[in-house]
Design a protein around this ligand. Structure first.
Ligand SMILES: C[S@@+](CC[C@H](N)C(=O)[O-])C[C@H]1O[C@@H](n2cnc3c(N)ncnc32)[C@H](O)[C@@H]1O
Length: 384
C-alpha cells in the first residue's frame, strides 16, 4: 500500500530517525531524495502532500546547512581525497569554466556587448575563480574581463566574504566591473532578479540538494532568450531504490564496529526489500554501479571524519542520474540536445559538446540553452 497521508509520511521519517540517528551519518528525512524516486520507497506524491514534502525537504537541507561551516567543508575535502576523487568539486569547476567561457565568447561574437554571469551557490568563489583562470589563458578570453559582470549568489555570508577577499578580489584577471555578491539562498533570491537579466548561469555541486525541479524554472526565467545554464554536479542513483542503500547501511555499521544485523533487518522489513537484492542493479551501467560504490566509500570516509569532530551530516541527498536531470531541464524549457543547440543557439557556436563527463556517469558538467520563446512549452513539470 502506497503511503500518502501526511501522518504516514511523518511515520516514515520517525522510523528512519530512530533507526539511523546513532550512526555518524544518519539518513535524515526521506523527503530529501529526488522526488521521482519516492514511489519506489512506498510514497505517493499527491496534491495534498506535495507542499508538505517540499517544505520537509527544504527545512531538512536548511537545518543541515545551518550546521555547516569551515570545519565541515574541510571534512568533506578530506573524505573526497580519501575516496580517491582527487580534486573533487574543482574538477567539475574546471569543466564548467571551460564551457562557460566558450559561451561567453560566442555571445560576444554575436554582438552582445555586456555579459552578465551569475554563479549560483558560489561557496568561496571556486567556480567563478575557475572561470577567471580559464579567461586568463588567452588574450581573446582575457579581454572578456572588460565586458563581463559577475554576480555571486551564496547564502553563507562568511564563506562568500572570505572567498571574495581571498580568491576573487586578489585574482590577477583584469576586470572592469567588480563582481557583485548576493548573500541569499536560491529560493530567496530568484524572485528578486528581473526576468532575462543574466546571459549565463553557472553552478556547481549545488542542485543535488533540491528534490524537485522548481529551481530550473527559476533559472529559466532569469536567463536572457539566448541564455545558457552551465551546471556541474554529482549524479549518483543510489537512492532510487531502498535496496541500493543496504550496502551503505552495512558499511556505516561496520565502520562503527557494529556487526549486528538489527539495523539492516529492520530497514529490509520496513521497506519490504526482498532477500535477493542483486536485481536492483540490473538496469545500471557498470559506471553507475561503480559510482554508487564510490558514493558509499565517500560517505563512510566522511562519517569517519565527522565522528572525530563530533559533527553529523545526513546521507540522503537528491542525487539522480544525468539522464533524469536532462529531462528535468527539458521540462523547464531548456534545450539539451547538442545538434539542436549547435543549429539554433548562438551561445554554442564555439562549443564542441554540451556534456562533459568528469568521472564517467557520476560527475558531469552540462550546458543547456534556453529554448527560444515560441518553442518553450510552459507545462508544469510532472511530479510522478
Ligand atoms: C558544495 S558547495 C559548492 C560551492 C562552489 N560552487 C564550488 O564548486 O566550490 C555548495 C554551495 O551551495 C550553497 N547552497 C546550499 N544551499 C543553497 C541554496 N538553497 N541556494 C543557494 N546556494 C546554496 C552552499 O552554501 C555551498 O556554498
Amino acid at each position: 500500500m502506497m503511503k500518502k497521508k501526511i501522518g504516514d509520511l511523518e511515520e516514515i521519517d520517525k522510523f528512519l530517525h530512530e533507526l539511523t540517528d546513532d550512526l555518524s551519518m544518519p539518513s535524515g528525512s526521506l523527503f530529501r531524495i529526488a522526488h521521482q524516486y519516492l514511489k519506489n520507497w512506498g510514497v505517493e506524491i499527491t496534491r495534498d502532500n506535495l507542499e508538505w514534502i517540499k517544505e520537509k525537504a527544504y527545512n531538512s537541507y536548511m537545518e543541515e546547512w545551518e550546521r555547516s561551516g569551515d570545519e565541515i567543508n574541510t571534512a568533506i575535502k578530506r573524505a573526497i581525497i580519501a575516496t580517491g576523487l582527487g580534486e573533487g568539486d574543482n574538477i567539475l569547476n574546471k569543466n564548467v569554466a571551460a564551457m562557460a567561457v566558450e559561451h561567453m565568447l560566442a555571445l560576444h561574437d554575436s554582438g552582445k556587448r555586456t555579459l552578465r554571469v551569475c554563479d549560483i551557490g558560489a561557496g568561496d568563489g571556486a567556480t567563478t575563480v575557475a572561470i577567471f583562470n580559464r579567461m586568463e589563458r588567452y588574450a581573446e578570453t582575457a579581454a572578456l574581463g572588460e565586458v563581463t559582470r559577475f554576480y555571486l549568489l551564496e547564502p553563507s555570508d562568511e564563506r562568500i566574504m572570505k572567498g571574495v577577499k581571498e580568491n576573487i578580489n586578489t585574482h590577477s584577471l583584469k576586470m572592469k566591473h567588480k563582481p557583485g555578491v548576493v548573500t541569499l539562498t536560491h529560493e530567496e533570491a530568484m524572485s528578486l532578479f528581473r526576468e532575462g537579466v543574466f546571459d549565463i548561469a553557472v553552478t556547481s555541486a549545488v542542485y543535488h540538494h533540491m528534490p524537485f525541479p522548481d529551481y530550473l524554472n527559476d533559472i529559466h526565467r532569469i536567463l536572457s532568450d539566448d541564455g545558457v545554464l552551465v551546471m556541474g554536479d554529482w549524479f549518483y542513483n543510489i537512492f532510487e531504490y531502498p535496496a541500493r542503500v543496504l550496502p551503505l547501511l552495512e558499511s556505516l555499521d561496520r565502520e562503527q564496529r557494529n556487526t549486528e544485523q538489527r539495523r539492516i533487518d529492520a530497514f529490509r522489513k520496513y521497506f519490504d526489500i526482498p532477500f535477493d537484492t542483486a536485481a536492483w542493479n540490473d538496469d545500471l551501467t557498470v559506471e553507475q554501479i561503480m559510482g554508487n560504490k564510490i558514493f558509499t566509500i565517500y560517505t563512510v570516509a566522511l562519517a569517519n571524519e565527522l565522528s572525530d569532530m563530533g559533527k553529523k551530516l545526513y546521507f540522503f541527498e537528491a542525487f539522480e542520474p544525468l539522464s533524469d536531470r536532462l529531462k528535468k531541464m527539458e521540462g523547464a524549457g531548456f534545450e539539451t540536445d547538442f545538434a539542436e543547440l549547435k543549429k539554433k543557439h548562438v551561445a554554442f557556436a564555439r562549443s564542441i559538446n554540451n556534456i562533459r563527463r568528469v568521472f564517467p556517469d557520476f560527475a558531469c558538467a552540462v550546458s543547456a540553452g534556453k529554448k527560444i520563446r515560441n518553442e518553450t512549452k510552459k507545462e508544469p513539470q510532472k511530479i510522478k
